[in-house]
Design a binder for this molecule. Structure first.
Ligand SMILES: [Zn+2]
Length: 345
């Protein structure tokens, strides 16, 4: 198995985010990636630097206007001084547009576009954010390319994460949807691709991107969103639309659920995947389901990750594993190790 990561992904260094009405220290620390790399090194897994393929491939799942915004927002944020405004240290929205945000933002102003394209207060854009986001996407693209070229499994050490990013909206520490990019890349060769998201949070961005498509099955196991981010989606009744009807499966877990509930959800996910008959799999992998994660409401232990790896192995599909969340830095290495033990005993 090969893994992909660029040191440029460490450059994104968020300074703040808003949680329950407080400005907090960020949870998406560069140390997360370093902890995961430690496990890859211990297991002798080679870490390749992904090719820098620019941003054109990102337009497979994101709108051009949104990517233009992400790429230029920080520099334009500095220019608001010319209007007599003193910009904060990072780009953050202070408005929420009324009604639909469909299509490009009607205003050219960076302040307006930040409200339009950034869905919450957990996605600050700093001087190096775009570079890290772009390279994180490249890691996912490289892992997918490796699987298309014949490797059975590849691991994209993505940081920043991606599964909350919609086609034209950043949210939940996510800017570009790495898992969706991996799925779109696998579609070059494979007629049907399944995405099985096992992060603690609903993969709302991935669901939105593929919601009306019948060639990509999106499944997400996550904590019940009635009391947990992303709140507005992730419910069991969301099944897809149009051609994509019955191609989206949400498996919300009651808060406090442990390994047994997760195992049952995986049973249902495996049944749905086998019915769909995909030719390849993307696995958005989060460790924020761990019981002691600072934002966890679930009660998984390390055995849950070994179990997940074993289930993925049993599916026998060409698989791209894409790193998503997990914020207890000390547990990330052991969690990845447990997952890989299940995947490749
Ligand atoms: Zn998460």
């Amino acid at each position: 198995m090969r893994a992909f990561f660029s040191d440029d992904q460490l450059l994104h260094d968020p300074q703040q985010y808003m949680r329950v009405g407080r400005i907090c220290k960020p949870a998406d620390l560069p140390a997360r990636a370093e902890a995961l790399m430690g496990t890859l090194a211990t297991r002798g897994i080679a870490i390749g630097i992904p090719s820098d393929v620019g941003r054109a491939a990102l337009e497979r799942v994101h709108s051009t206007d949104y990517l233009d915004y992400l790429e230029t927002a920080y520099a334009r944020w500095q220019q608001i001084r010319s209007f007599g405004l003193e910009p904060g240290i990072e780009v953050l929205p202070n408005m929420s547009p009324h009604g639909s945000r469909q299509g490009p933002c009607p205003s050219p102003a960076v302040l307006a576009q930040t409200g339009w394209y950034v869905g919450d207060l957990s996605c600050p854009i700093g001087p190096n954010t775009w570079r890290s986001v772009l390279r994180s996407a490249h890691a996912a693209l490289a892992a997918a390319r490796t699987v298309l070229d014949g490797d059975r499994i590849a691991y994209a050490l993505c940081r920043p994460s991606g599964h909350h990013a919609q086609s034209a909206r950043a949210a939940g520490f996510c800017y570009v949807n790495n898992s969706a990019l991996a799925a779109a890349t696998l579609r070059e060769t494979h007629a049907r691709v399944a995405v099985l998201d096992i992060d603690a949070h609903h993969g709302d961005g991935t669901q939105q991107i593929f919601y009306d498509r019948d060639d990509v099955l999106t499944i997400s196991t996550h904590a019940d969103p009635a009391g947990y981010y992303p709140w507005y989606t992730g419910y069991a009744h969301e099944c897809g639309a149009g051609a994509g009807e019955d191609c989206n499966l949400n498996l919300p877990l009651p808060h406090g659920s442990g390994n047994a509930a997760f195992s049952q959800a995986l049973d249902r996910a495996v049944e749905a995947i086998e019915r769909f008959r995909p030719e390849a799999l993307v696995l958005p992998l989060g460790f924020d389901t761990y019981r002691d994660d600072p934002i966890s409401v679930l009660g998984f232990d390390l055995e849950a990750f070994r179990l997940a790896g074993a289930r993925v192995r049993a599916l026998g599909l060409p698989t791209v594993v894409v790193q998503e969340g997990g914020y207890m830095v000390d547990i990330l290495g052991p969690a990845l190790d447990a997952f890989l033990e299940g995947l490749q005993p």
